[in-house]
Design a protein. Structure first.
Length: 161
């Protein structure tokens, strides 16, 4: 099971994985303070979103103990900036929500991983790609807060009843 859990300071929350009776904090992407896991597949790959304090969100995949910004795994010339990863199937295909850097519109995306020899090349390329984190407009951040799991986070967490 995956989701998000409040931290002891009640000022933030992180994505978690609950497996075999143990809860693992998946952390956040570098520079971020919030994360939420949305889905897991049978291979243990977890997807979700990680955001900075201003709710500028980035889609992530967590696998083999490492959280990776999905934006580093897509072609560097892609006009899409992947904001949320909402589901992953057993083939590793990920669906989510992206921002078109050219038009400013939101779009659904389907990301399909490369297999075979391309995986090693993709991993090496991903390590070299440095797509900067973008700052979303206030309207886009509000839209994401309204439709996404970060919407209820407004300076503090609600204690479960």
């Amino acid at each position: 099971m995956v989701g998000e859990s409040g931290l002891p300071d009640n000022a933030s929350f992180h994505a978690f994985l609950w497996q075999n009776g143990a809860m693992t904090d998946l952390g956040t992407l570098s520079g971020d303070v919030l994360s939420a896991a949305q889905a897991i597949n049978s291979k243990g790959q977890v997807v979700g979103g990680s955001a900075d304090a201003s709710f500028n969100e980035r889609a992530f995949i967590w696998q083999n103990g490492v959280m990776t910004d999905l934006n580093t795994l897509i072609p560097p010339d892609s006009p899409l900036y992947l904001l949320e990863a909402d589901s992953i199937n057993d083939r590793g295909q990920i669906i989510g929500f992206a921002f078109d850097l050219n038009s400013g519109e939101g779009h659904a995306f389907l990301a399909t991983p490369n297999y075979g020899e391309a995986v090693a090349a993709s991993a090496a390329t991903a390590a070299a790609i440095q797509r900067p984190q973008i700052t979303l407009s206030e309207n886009v951040r509000k839209l994401l807060q309204q439709r996404a799991r970060f919407g209820g986070f407004k300076g503090g967490l609600i204690t479960p009843q």
